[in-house]
Design a protein around this ligand. Structure first.
Ligand SMILES: [Zn+2]
Length: 97
C-alpha cells in the first residue's frame, strides 16, 4: 500500500499525512487563503490541526515568513475556526448532529 503524501507542519516540524494538516496558500494574486479542499494554486504551507501549533506560528509570524507575505490577523481567526470545527466534527462523529 502506498503512503499518502506527507508534509511538515511549519510550527512543530512534525511530518504528517497531508490530510491531517491544514494547508494555507498564497495564491497568484497574493491573497492568503485556507485551502480546505487541497486544490488551490500557489505557494503552500502546512500546519497541524491544533491550536498549539497555531499559537506558535502567530507568535513567530512563521506563516508570513514561509509564504513571504504579510499576514492579515483575520487569517489566524479563520484557521482557528477551521481547527475548532474539525475538533467538533471528530468528537461528534458518532452523533448525527
Ligand atoms: Zn504542528
Amino acid at each position: 500500500m502506498k503512503k499518502a503524501f506527507q508534509r511538515k507542519c511549519m510550527a512543530c516540524n512534525t511530518k504528517k499525512d497531508k490530510y491531517d494538516l491544514i494547508r494555507i496558500v498564497r495564491n497568484p494574486n497574493g491573497e492568503i487563503l485556507i485551502d480546505k479542499l487541497g486544490n488551490l494554486d500557489g505557494r503552500g504551507a502546512y500546519i497541524c490541526n491544533n491550536i498549539d501549533c497555531l499559537e506558535k506560528v502567530i507568535k513567530t509570524n512563521r506563516i508570513g515568513r514561509v509564504l513571504k507575505s504579510n499576514i492579515d490577523k483575520k487569517i489566524y481567526e479563520d484557521i482557528r475556526g477551521v481547527i475548532i470545527d474539525n475538533g467538533e466534527k471528530n468528537q461528534n462523529s458518532k452523533k448525527s448532529k
